[in-house]
Design a binder for this molecule. Structure first.
Ligand code: SAH
Ligand code: SF4
Ligand code: F3S
Length: 442
């Protein structure tokens, strides 16, 4: 089913919240709607269709959506033809409830139903307010047109796996994204080749549990990475997010063998106390995680590690929290994300006895201070070295270009914009808290 194509292009504004998978999905939805005659616009003010691609991971993330809808409601009052759609994980979690809580919303579409967008818009055109939150059997990506923009940024995301079977006690993702599904390796390779043909030199494979990837023919993430590494013109590969329990031997080995695989690994541990990890249903221990890190560093000694942490999980004591700090000290992270536990409706931990807010924010402040010190130390350790930097976009100052090191540090340097999309050697001159300053090396 396709909507009739209008002569004057309609305008689409997409706002994306949450994780990189939402970024990728927004690109795919934009491409799908381009085929329906929608041209992307940078502001909601002149949009005929506003799509909010939402995140449900913490309460604040979900609440943002309702304040945005509140602002859009006023725009819509002035422009009656405008439609508002809610996609993403809040859409999946709340479904039809959204329509009653937010009367300005015209339709709701969950992450596994994006290929149904054209049909949904037809129904909106007929005055309905459809809700599509089924988990259909078909693979949505096979029914979503590829992103065909001629010129692309040199680094791209590519979703290879979606969903989660782990059910950590704090997390909504298994409910909003559904069960783990891996896309066939052949389709992924075709999409990667297409990206490379359009100027992409770095691809980050995405999955909620990307290292649990295993397609119908038994291809593992390591095998997939090695297959993609053979694509000529593709210079860098990354993958995120990994779960410690799925860090298979062949994947660790791939880091030793495959030079295109970048030395940066996001490997969330969440907490350093085994008691808390058990209550979180993480199914790994702190010591097990540290042993894993040791094996990874044996394969790739310069691996930059990143992680996610939750403080103030129900039942976490000060002594438990001290074990998180100790684990962070033991690992030495290049970069990390940390959050105060946010109770999510429908998850097992939501009904447990909560840690006081003041305690949570105090622990978060202390953890973040430690992580910031480690990040600064890592950045400083790169000063004086010459690193290959992928030049991704114009920098803030004229004449400046911004790129990424193999370790994912942002690097700013003076360079001819004609070099965008190239990997150049850069000498690191100085380190700031969040980026490096460099100069082209001869
Ligand atoms: N699949 C990934 C990450 C998913 S969500 C993994 O397993 O690690 C990203 C991060 O958000 C999580 O790693 C966790 O640190 C954080 N998070 C998830 N649920 C949360 C909650 N209820 N409160 C606070 N942080 C949460
Ligand atoms: Fe959430 Fe845990 Fe699954 Fe990660 S592994 S998405 S934290 S349930
Ligand atoms: Fe948020 Fe859904 Fe991603 S809850 S973090 S948008 S998987």
């Amino acid at each position: 089913m396709t909507a009739p194509k209008t002569t004057a292009p309609k305008k689409l504004f997409v706002r994306t919240y949450g994780c990189q998978m939402n970024v990728y999905d927004s690109e795919r939805m934009t491409a799908a709607l381009a085929a329906q005659g929608y041209a992307a616009t940078g502001t909601p003010e002149d949009a005929d269709l506003v799509l909010l691609n939402t995140c449900h991971i913490r309460e604040k993330a979900a609440e943002k959506v309702y304040s945005e809808i509140g602002r859009l409601k006023r725009l819509k009052a002035a422009r009656p033809g405008m439609a508002i759609g809610v996609a993403g994980c809040v859409a999946q979690a709340e479904g039809a409830e959204m329509l009653s809580r937010a009367p300005a919303v015209d339709f709701v579409v969950g992450p596994q139903a994006y290929h149904r967008l054209p049909a949904l818009l037809d129904r909106v055109g007929r005055g309905e307010r459809p809700v599509e939150t089924e988990f259909p059997e078909e693979d949505k990506f096979e029914h979503l047109p590829a992103d065909r923009r001629a010129r692309r940024a040199p680094a791209a995301f590519l979703t290879v796996q979606e969903g989660c079977d782990k059910f950590c006690a704090f997390c909504v993702v298994p409910y909003t994204r559904g069960a783990e599904v891996s896309r066939p390796a052949g389709r992924i390779e075709a999409e990667a080749r297409d990206l490379v043909a359009r100027g992409v030199v770095e691809i980050t494979l995405l999955g909620q549990n990307v290292n649990a990837y295993r397609d119908g023919e038994g291809v593992t993430l390591a095998a997939l990475l090695r297959r993609l590494a053979r694509i000529e013109g593709l210079e860098r590969l990354r993958y995120t997010t990994s779960h410690p329990n799925d860090m298979a031997d062949d994947l660790i080995e791939a880091h030793a063998l495959e030079p295109k695989l970048m030395p940066y690994l996001h490997l969330p541990v969440q907490a350093g106390s085994d008691r808390v990890l058990k209550a979180m249903n993480r199914r790994h221990t702190a010591a097990g995680y540290l042993r894993l890190i040791e094996r990874i560093r044996a394969a790739r000694p310069d691996m930059a590690l990143s992680g996610d942490f939750i403080v103030g999980f129900p039942g976490e004591t000060e002594a438990d929290f001290a074990e998180t700090l100790a684990l962070v000290e033991a690992v030495g992270y290049a970069q990390a994300y940390s959050f105060a536990y946010s109770s999510r409706p429908g998850t097992p931990a939501a009904d447990r006895r909560q840690v006081a807010e003041a305690e949570k924010s105090d622990r978060l402040r202390r953890l973040q201070a430690l992580l910031a010190r480690q990040q600064a130390a890592f950045q400083a350790s790169l000063v004086g070295r010459t690193l290959p930097v992928l030049l991704e976009k114009p920098g803030r100052e004229p004449g400046q270009v911004a790129g990424r090191s193999p370790y994912l540090n942002a690097v700013h340097l003076e360079a001819d914009p004609a070099l965008l999309g190239r990997i150049v050697p850069a000498r690191i001159l100085a380190a700031g808290p969040n980026s490096l300053a460099g100069a082209l090396a001869a």
